[in-house]
Structure formats: structure tokens, C-alpha cells
Design a protein. Structure first.
Length: 240
């Protein structure tokens, strides 16, 4: 899987209690050529980290980072991005471990980097498809994205996407040390950070479905952070 100037891709997959989903997601990602996988486990009590180690022992294209102590979705991604850059990846992708993202579509994201710095998988551009989502979930997601765009002025349609591909040079420019969000607001903060730098962002239509197994990680604190975070990002932009 190569794009213009691209010779190797690392897919960063953060995990917390995803033992039932991880093996399948990783196996499907590795079906693509020139792709390695970096699992960043946040000290999962269900044994996800141990399973990731087993997978890595069986396949040299899999690497694992174990985080302990201070947990968080955002810090896990930051750790994974830094490690991928240290591993000299030309392209760094991010995707969820719960099966909601289709690994076969990674190729579409990487190909889009021929004309962009960041390819953002989008559920809300023509050609995108949603599966197994109740009407209430669709309305909530659309309302949430509309709320973020209204508060922050974002032009990206899917501001909360967690399915992206970055050119190495683009990821190197991001202020990883200054990204503060711990929960899923990290995705919005990442969108804002790429936009503020003037990076070329293209939205690529994707298929998206409910998680395959396990429980959602969207707790009340995560939801409240998601409501408050766009105002923080708006304030940061105003101070620039």
C-alpha cells in the first residue's frame, strides 16, 4: 500500500479492554502490504495487553506499548504517534480497536495522501455509509459534530473521526506535547490542531458500524469533556 513518496505505514491502535476485538482487527490490518501495527494498551484489566504481546511474538509486523498509571485515550495516541515517528514511519494511521473501522479502507486513506497532508475518514461526506446505528445514535453524532463546528468554526464535516492517515512531515509538525484532551475529545483537538497549522486535509468517505464486542468507553466524564472541550479549543484559537 503505497502513495506518492510513501514507503511504509504504521497503524496506531489504542486499546483498553478490547481482548474480544483486537486479534480480528489486527489480522485484517496486516492483510494490507507495507503495513505494521502498533498496539498501545492502557493497562487493560481484561488481558488485552497480554493478547497483544502474543500477537507480536507471532508476527514481527506487530509492536506493543504498555502504558500504566495515568490512563487516557488521548495520551495513548500521543505515545503511539511518538513511537511511530521514532520507528521512521512514512505514514502514520490511527484507528479504533473495537471493529467500528474497516481496516481494508486504510488503503483508501493512504492513497488520498497523494494530494493531502492528512486524510480523515469521514462518516458525513458523500459516499460514506453507516451500519447498525440506531436513529438516536445517528442524530446524536450529527448534532455533536454540528455543535463542534459551530463552536470552533471547523470546516471538516466529521470533526470526531478517529480514522486518519498522516504524512510523516505533517505529524511531526503537530504540537503533541500540548494536546491536553484525555477522552474522545482528543479527536476534535487533533482536528483543530491540524487545521490551525494550515495542513491540507481531505475527507475520505468510509463505512462505519457499531463496535463488534464489549462495552463503549464513553462514560459521563468523557461526555462532559466532549461538551466543554470545543470552547477550550475556541479560546486557544482566539489567543493565537
Amino acid at each position: 500500500m503505497r502513495s506518492a513518496g510513501v514507503s511504509g505505514t504504521i497503524v496506531v491502535i489504542p486499546t483498553y479492554n478490547e481482548r474480544d476485538n483486537l486479534a480480528g482487527v489486527v489480522a485484517r490490518a496486516l492483510e494490507l502490504p507495507d503495513v505494521d501495527v502498533l498496539v498501545v494498551d492502557d493497562d487493560s484489566p481484561d488481558g488485552t495487553g497480554a493478547l497483544a504481546d502474543e500477537l507480536a511474538r507471532a508476527n514481527a509486523r506487530i509492536r506493543v506499548i504498555h502504558r500504566t498509571g495515568d490512563r487516557g485515550f488521548g495520551p495513548s495516541y500521543v505515545a503511539g504517534f511518538r513511537a511511530a515517528l521514532d520507528l521512521q514511519a512514512d505514514v502514520v494511521c490511527q484507528m479504533d480497536a473495537d471493529g467500528s473501522h474497516d481496516p481494508s479502507q486504510l488503503e483508501r486513506l493512504v492513497s488520498a495522501l497523494a494530494d493531502a497532508d492528512v486524510a480523515q475518514g469521514s462518516r458525513y461526506v458523500p459516499g460514506a455509509r453507516l451500519y447498525d446505528w440506531p436513529v438516536s445514535r445517528r442524530l446524536l453524532s450529527r448534532a455533536g459534530n454540528g455543535y463542534v463546528r459551530l463552536v470552533t468554526g471547523a470546516t471538516v464535516r466529521d470533526t470526531t473521526s478517529g480514522f486518519r492517515a498522516f504524512r510523516r512531515a505533517a505529524l511531526q509538525r503537530l504540537p503533541l506535547d500540548r494536546l491536553q484532551s484525555r477522552g474522545h475529545a482528543f479527536q476534535v483537538e487533533l482536528t483543530q490542531a491540524t487545521s490551525r497549522l494550515g495542513l491540507r486535509i481531505v475527507e475520505v468517505p468510509i463505512s462505519f458500524c457499531n463496535r463488534h464486542e464489549g462495552a463503549s468507553k464513553v462514560t459521563l466524564p468523557v461526555f462532559l469533556e466532549s461538551l466543554a472541550a470545543p470552547w477550550r479549543f475556541r479560546g486557544a484559537r482566539a489567543r493565537e
